[in-house]
Design a protein around this ligand. Structure first.
Ligand SMILES: [Zn+2]
Length: 300
């Protein structure tokens, strides 16, 4: 399943739309009462499945709603989707020096993981399989992560960034993986489909696709915002522990802001918090981390 998540910049494609074909609406056959009873059961099953299928995040120790997918399967999903996703952005970049730098930054960030997450003692405890790939696309400003560890950044974004800014972007993407945001989103999608199926049953004639889209658009939007802010927050911790200047991430936001003035803007705005707010949240966090000012010697 090619679940992509965690894009940082422009070039987002709409997710999960027009996928609403639930073949079996009970339609006009059942009485209203029967339809409502069946709908109620469907809702209970969908919500119950969503709430009960939790797992413990190995990094944070917190419970998360991942639909009960084991980590091996999460890794397999990402590995399976990775070549196809890379191909959509021109495949692996021919910029060898850039790829080397990206790899070095990625490894530094991974070595910082035990300092940020209590469940990980050494780098060898990291259960996901991370990889860092520079993509050949010099038009689309984007970075993203796949479930289980593959992370990507396009030439178009990479070429505009300093090393510390690359660390900011990749720290953000690493947190998408650490927090299993892809699995959480899939579990939520399953819940929505269950509820949409129930609504169709109850309504008799409203198309399932209509209901999914209605509920989905709203939920996905707020969900994405939360995820992005979480990644900004924890990504900042990772980059500082790895020796990078956290203010670089604010500069990344400015680069993204500029890029979103182009064609990608409306799509980007629908799934990402306003860059202005993210900048403000980052600035406040940096002030909390270093009340006396950011120490000298961090890599910008
Ligand atoms: Zn993101």
């Amino acid at each position: 399943m090619a679940v992509r998540f965690g894009g940082l910049g422009t070039g987002h494609r709409p997710r999960g739309r027009g996928r609403g074909g639930f073949g079996h609406s009970l339609g006009r056959r059942g009485s209203l009462k029967t339809r409502l009873v069946i709908a109620a059961v469907l809702v209970v099953v969908a919500v119950g499945g969503y709430l009960l299928n939790t797992s413990t995040n190995p990094y944070t120790g917190q419970q998360q709603r991942t639909g009960g997918v084991p980590i091996e399967q999460e890794i397999a999903m990402g590995l399976q989707a990775a070549p196809q996703m890379a191909q959509q952005f021109g495949g692996r970049s021919s910029n060898v020096a850039g790829q080397d730098l990206l790899e070095r930054v990625g490894q530094k960030l991974l070595r910082a993981v035990p300092q940020v997450y209590p469940g990980i003692e050494t780098i060898d405890d990291i259960p996901h399989r991370f990889s860092f790939t520079l993509l050949d696309d010099d038009q689309t400003v984007n970075a993203f992560a796949l479930p289980g560890g593959p992370t990507f950044i396009t030439d178009a974004l990479f070429d505009q960034l300093t090393e510390g800014q690359v660390a900011g972007v990749m720290g953000h993407e690493i947190v998408h993986v650490i927090q299993s945001h892809g699995l959480e989103r899939m579990a939520k999608q399953n819940l929505l489909q269950g509820i949409a199926g129930a609504a169709t049953t109850a309504a008799g004639d409203m198309s399932a696709g209509q209901v999914t889209q209605m509920v989905g658009n709203f939920l996905q939007m707020s969900y994405g915002r939360e995820d992005e802010l979480e990644c900004d927050r924890e990504g900042l911790l990772l980059m500082v522990k790895a020796g990078y200047d956290p203010r670089s991430m604010i500069e990344v936001m400015k680069v993204l802001e500029k890029a979103s003035g182009g064609r990608g803007a409306p799509e980007w705005a629908s799934t990402h918090p306003d860059p202005g707010n993210r900048q403000q949240a980052l600035a406040e966090q940096i002030k909390q981390m270093f009340p006396d000012g950011v120490p000298a010697g961090l890599v910008p």
